[in-house]
Design a protein around this ligand. Structure first.
Ligand SMILES: C[S@@+](CC[C@H](N)C(=O)[O-])C[C@H]1O[C@@H](n2cnc3c(N)ncnc32)[C@H](O)[C@@H]1O
Ligand SMILES: O=c1cc(-c2ccc(O)cc2)oc2c(O)c(O)ccc12
Length: 303
């Protein structure tokens, strides 16, 4: 039997499958974009029950030449967790038919209801202008100082967005929709905010997260702190105000600091600088033991 670096053929074929799986996983992202662009989660939701392939292609107005391709793509999206295939009774007929039902994942892609929808995050992350940057990771690693977007977009992302209203709209919608998910967590973790009077949302963008917190905890005073160009045209209201500045310089004083999706953008050394400034900001103002820093990030469970 032919061998490869002393490995068995079976081991090498498994390894090849692993490489091909990752190579083609870009298609998972693109199919995810496809179901959002084609509004398929909304179509099934509006249909009110699982939808058959024929019903779906009628709504999508797919040319007959592509109907079997839709079947393949819908089955693939079912395989990776976006739909369930269920059997339903077809009208008055005795015969059962297969139909596509929403799953917990595709329910999160339905737009325009009161439930959280994270389609805008997908739309921003997969947008060609944004995702093209990921082609240049090796260039970024060989560059001593510049951050990825400085290499690929010619300037820091925040400056690029400032000059590109379309992408800025997508980014703001992405962050806002990600923040909607917090509502689910706030139901059970409100004790984290009890006893606080003031809170600074560091890197708080256009204030959507602070707005969600302020609806839940109206007695709290919120300061949304972000780069001057991000907050320059934003108006506060009631208990919510905006402050422009640089978190690497100093952060407004408060009982608590919120850091949502901020630390993941920075190296460990820069995170330490940000956290030191957060500590200074809560140290001075906190009464009793109120001061705290609340970090909202994706956690990798290594187990
Ligand atoms: C990924 S966004 C997170 C936005 C928001 N926290 C949310 O989750 O919706 C990171 C934010 O950090 C801000 N930011 C970047 N550098 C900053 C700095 N030096 N000082 C303050 N904010 C900064 C950006 O403008 C951006 O709004
Ligand atoms: O493109 C992104 C996406 C994120 C992001 C969105 C939602 C999450 O739950 C985690 C991460 O964060 C980004 C980010 O911080 C950034 O500076 C640029 C782009 C993105």
């Amino acid at each position: 039997m032919a061998s490869n670096n002393g490995r068995s053929a079976s081991e090498s074929f498994k390894a090849q499958a692993l490489v091909y799986r990752h190579m083609f996983s870009i298609l998972d992202s693109m199919c995810l974009k496809w179901i959002i662009d084609s509004h398929i989660p909304n179509i099934i939701h509006d249909h009110g029950k699982p939808i058959t392939l024929l019903e779906l292609v009628l709504v999508l107005q797919i040319p007959s030449t592509k109907v079997d391709r839709i079947d393949v793509f819908m089955r693939y999206m079912t395989y990776i967790g976006y739909f369930d295939i269920v059997r339903i009774q077809d009208g008055n007929q005795e015969e059962e038919k297969e139909a596509f039902a929403l799953t917990a994942a595709s329910e999160l892609l339905i737009k325009g209801t009161e439930n959280p929808c994270i389609s805008p995050v997908v739309e921003f992350v997969i947008d060609p202008v944004h995702s093209d940057s990921f082609n240049y990771l090796s260039k970024w690693f060989s560059d001593e100082n510049r951050r990825l977007y400085e290499i690929t977009l010619g300037k820091p992302l925040w400056e690029y967005l400032d000059k590109n209203p379309r992408l800025m709209g997508l980014f703001n919608d992405a962050m806002a929709s990600d923040s909607q998910m917090i509502k689910l967590a706030l139901k059970d973790h409100h004790m984290a905010f009890e006893g606080l009077e003031t809170i600074v949302d560091v890197g708080g963008g256009n204030g959507t997260t602070a707005q969600i917190f302020s609806e839940k905890f109206p007695a709290l005073k919120y300061i949304v702190f972000d780069l001057p160009q991000v907050v320059k045209n934003l108006k506060g209201c009631n208990n919510l105000s905006f402050a422009g500045g640089d978190m690497f310089e100093s952060i407004p004083k408060a009982d608590a600091i919120l850091l949502k999706l901020v630390l993941h953008n920075w190296s460990d050394n820069n995170c330490i600088k940000i956290l030191r400034n957060c500590k200074d900001a809560v140290k001075v103002s906190s009464k009793d033991k109120k001061g705290k820093i609340i970090i909202l990030e994706t956690v990798i469970n290594e187990e």
